[in-house]
Design a protein around this ligand. Structure first.
Ligand SMILES: Nc1ncnc2c1ncn2[C@@H]1O[C@H](COP(=O)(O)OP(=O)(O)OP(=O)(O)O)[C@@H](O)[C@H]1O
Ligand SMILES: [Mg+2]
Length: 558
């Protein structure tokens, strides 16, 4: 078998159990798996044993052994053997595992002696390191440079949560698509908090896995009044408008909730009943029968905003309005009209609801629930994330074995789980990660900015997928997060192509993996648009239009 081994260099001057320098004529690509075999002498017994280890090439450089000068004192091109002597490649390599015992690979303990031969690793060495129980794991890709060696992750470990990070375009969403689809095909349920609306994917296993779009919406009665009024009137300076709206909302929602509870009605029916009652004498003014709950709510709210103003005015003025109050009232009028406009805008541009079922009601085996929140602002998304995380955790706690363990994926997590900013969802997510593992609530945090993530949340995470990371602050942060990842691995990250990732943590076992993630075939979005094609097409169209209008005008002239 050893005849298949290809020698690629020698161990250089430096060698430790986990790190060596390698010297060779030509540099190897970063991320190449290597294999070494060497003898170790026990200083106590004097006995000699043979060790075999597997490693990964890290930083590489080419170095000239003689001084390089700008002129060419020796025309070495004429002497190829001299050219070979003139330079060498120096590489660092990380030693990953001692595979001497085929059944029980372990972290390397002995440094290979300088001048030990370094070979390219063979699939048979690598599959010792990266074997997983197929009954408990899913495939996510293959080892870089070794398409035949599968990379699998253990799904039971996902209760210890997951962090997926990498710069934009590095392959995070593709990875989530692969993970979600394959977790679902095993019988799991995945809820994706989809900030870019990119997960309405076709499953790799159509007919087995169902991708269910869930239209996220703002519940008009259940959202706290303070938040809802800041969604409708978001401008920080518009405190008066918000106050008017808050009073109207409080009044209206109280009435609706009381009625719904008393009569056991869905909220929308309670709204319609309320509307009908208030408008019975003015039924010709509006066709009440056709009014659905949301239209009724919008009209009632606008009426409350106007009414609230009247009461305020009456109270303020007693019987007659003072001049000062008159001056104030025209400003109030303006504020009220602004609020009315903003209510109309809000209803036009936002998905709102009264009776929308909760996400947890859709949790089922073999299902990906795509919660599309791409149409909402950051603060609205923040609120929705809180609602969804609390709902899923509650459902898993309350209904116990009644629903399947569920993975919640949060895209753009740095917006919601930011170290330096307080958000409404943060506390809910903290509870989700803390209590989740007991009840099968699993979290996957996806972010391109690990340095800004909330440490309290990430410290609970024990599985990691690191894609390309360039900034050194991001790289030192992920070393800190993962505990076991060494600087050598972090140094590889700036050069990863899309889809290459380092996987660490319980889900891959004891040994760090450098993987090429499978490409999801049904993934719809994510590719950068080819701008140049769009420009060319637009240009062609405008030339064509100009030609047509020229022909038309020539005809008219004739
Ligand atoms: N495993 C892969 N194999 C091959 N190509 C890939 C792989 N993963 C991603 N890509 C390519 O990279 C592009 C970007 O991937 P993706 O949308 O997953 O990146 P991202 O990290 O989610 O980016 P963003 O932060 O902007 O959302 C994809 O359209 C695809 O062409
Ligand atoms: Mg993405």
């Amino acid at each position: 078998m050893s005849s298949l081994l290809k020698e690629v260099g020698l161990v250089g001057e430096e060698s430790s159990p986990t790190r060596i320098s390698v010297k060779s004529k030509h540099p190897l690509p970063v991320g190449t798996y290597i294999y070494l075999k060497y003898e170790v002498r026990d200083p106590v017994t004097g006995g000699v044993s043979e060790r075999e280890v597997v490693g990964l090439v890290g930083a590489t450089q080419f170095k000239s052994l003689i001084q390089v000068v700008s002129g060419r004192p020796t025309p070495v091109e004429d002497y190829p053997e001299l050219l070979e002597l003139k330079r060498e490649s120096v590489m660092n390599a990380i030693l990953i595992a001692d595979v001497t015992d085929r059944k029980a690979p372990k972290p390397p303990e002995y440094p290979p002696p300088p001048e030990t031969r370094v070979y390219l690793a063979l699939p048979k060495h690598l599959s010792i390191v990266y074997s997983q129980d197929p009954g408990e794991s899913i495939r996510v890709g293959a080892l870089v440079g070794h398409g035949e060696v599968e990379v699998r992750v253990n799904v039971n470990s996902l209760v210890k949560h997951l962090l997926v990070t990498g710069v934009t375009g590095s392959g995070k969403s593709n990875f989530i698509a692969i993970l979600a689809d394959r977790v679902a095909s095993l019988g799991g349920c995945v809820v994706v908090f989809d900030t870019h609306g990119e997960y309405r994917i076709e499953s790799e296993a159509p007919g087995v896995v169902e991708v269910l779009p869930y239209e996220a919406s703002i519940n008009l009665v259940k959202t706290p009044i303070g938040l809802l009024s800041s969604f409708i009137v978001p401008e920080p300076g518009a405190t008066k408008q918000r106050r008017i709206l808050r009073n109207a909302l409080r009044d209206l929602n109280k009435g609706i909730e009381e009625r719904a509870v008393k009569k056991g009605l869905p909220l929308s029916e309670a709204v319609i009943e309320l509307y009908r009652e208030l408008h019975k004498e003015r039924s010709s003014f509006m066709s009440v029968g056709e009014t659905d709950g949301l239209r009724a709510y919008r009209d009632l709210l606008k009426e409350r905003v106007r009414g609230a103003y009247k009461e305020q005015e009456d109270r303020a003025s007693g019987r007659a309005l003072s001049r000062a109050a008159r001056g104030r009232s025209s400003r109030d009028d303006k504020a009220i009209e602004s609020v009315i406009d903003k209510i109309d805008d809000f209803f036009e541009w936002h998905r709102v609801s009264l009776d929308m079922p909760r996400v947890s009601e859709y949790i089922a085996p073999r299902r990906i629930i795509d919660v599309d929140v791409s149409g909402f602002t950051d603060s609205e998304q923040d609120w929705m994330l809180k609602v969804i995380a609390e709902d899923i955790l509650w459902a898993l706690k309350e209904r116990g074995g009644g629903i399947v363990p569920t993975l919640l994926v949060i895209e753009e997590a740095h917006i919601f789980l930011n170290e330096g900013r307080s958000t409404v969802s943060k506390e809910a997510i903290q509870r989700f990660v803390r209590e989740g593992r007991k009840f099968g609530a699993m979290l996957a945090i996806v972010s391109q900015r690990p340095r800004t993530l909330d440490a309290a949340i990430v410290s609970q995470v024990q599985n990691f997928a690191f894609f390309k990371l360039v900034q050194s602050t991001d790289r030192s942060k992920v070393i800190e997060f993962s505990d076991i990842l060494s600087e050598e691995y972090a140094d590889l990250m700036p050069s990863f192509p899309p889809g290459h990732a380092i996987l660490v943590g319980e889900w891959v076992g004891r040994f760090t993996v450098y993987a090429h993630i499978d490409k999801h075939v049904g993934k719809r979005l994510g590719a950068s648009p080819r701008v140049i094609d769009a420009w060319r097409k637009a240009l062609e169209r405008s030339v064509e239009d100009a030609r047509k209008s020229f022909e038309k005008s020539s005809l008219i002239e004739l």
